[in-house]
Design a protein around this ligand. Structure first.
Ligand code: 5GP
Length: 126
């Protein structure tokens, strides 16, 4: 089955400039901005500029340039936040909620970068 992408999702609107955002970094292939409802002292979302619903969609259909550009942007934001291990930062968590079971609210690929305090266990046991 083919992937389907809804161009009216809120991050598509942010990419088109229809909704404002607090930009951390913009590159040819990625946009990073502060989450509107932060769950940690640092909470930045990084999205690819292309129309991909999920990481698996992106990994299978994005160009090499998009994949490299997006991945590098994630690393760059971690450096900008001062949380990367290359500069003895305190670390962070990357989350890509995906689909129904992953409890993804916005159907445009995004990773959450969460940092700024110890984040506790990854998930609660069911
Ligand atoms: P998901 O549950 O899809 O992984 O996460 C969606 C995230 O997008 C949530 O953390 C939510 O707070 C954030 N979000 C939803 N709408 C907006 C918005 O209009 N602007 C920003 N900056 N973040 C948003």
């Amino acid at each position: 089955m083919a992937y389907s992408y809804d161009p009216e999702n809120i991050f598509a609107k942010i990419l088109r400039g229809e909704i404002p955002n607090s930009t951390v970094l913009e590159t040819d292939h990625a946009l990073a901005f502060h989450d509107i409802a932060p769950a940690a002292p640092d909470h930045v979302l990084v999205i690819p500029k292309g129309p991909y619903v999920s990481y698996d969609h992106f990994a299978s259909e994005a160009s090499d340039a998009e994949i490299v550009g997006y991945t590098r942007a994630i690393g760059e934001v971690c450096k900008m936040l001062g949380v990367d291990l290359g500069h003895e930062g305190e670390g962070f968590r990357l989350i890509a909620n995906t689909g129904r079971n992953g409890v993804q609210d916005v159907p445009h690929l995004h990773v959450h970068i969460l940092a700024g305090r110890p984040l506790g266990p990854m998930i609660k046991k069911a």
